[in-house]
Write a protein of this length. Sequence first.
Length: 169
Amino acid sequence: MASRLAKSISVMIMLFLVYIIFSGSFTSFDIVTGIIIAVIGGLLTANLLVKEPKKSLNPIRLIWLLIYALLYLSIIEFRAHFDVAKRILNPKLPIKPGIVRVPYHVDTDYAKVTIANSITNTPGTVVVDLDEDKRYYYVHWINVKAPDEKTTYENIVKTFEKYAKKIFD
């Protein structure tokens, strides 16, 4: 039971914060309701979501998560949207679509999924498959610069992987 409670704490904190943010209110009713939902949700899902409680409450990892979220939502997304918009508005810009193999070097499922979601949510790239045995993503890329693994890694995965390792591995 102690292990389950330790696992539940980080999930409870996250659920409470999400509830308060999305409710848009900080009244006593919302605080009590948020605590109740967080406790129930945390106890029900902690064993599924958390393997190592110490990792999930590490403040350094949380700081890296915040840095990554700000970087991704401000700079990375903006550049990708701008690039795709330029290609749409200027038909002379090259579009060389293709599916490329991109290596990855993370171990946890959370890190793999974070990278895959980051790639897919960035305009111009979509993860179409994952080969966990050979450690490759297969990515549809709107403008293949070169199909070699070094180029694909540098252009698609490198930044995402840097932060995913600090947050999850």
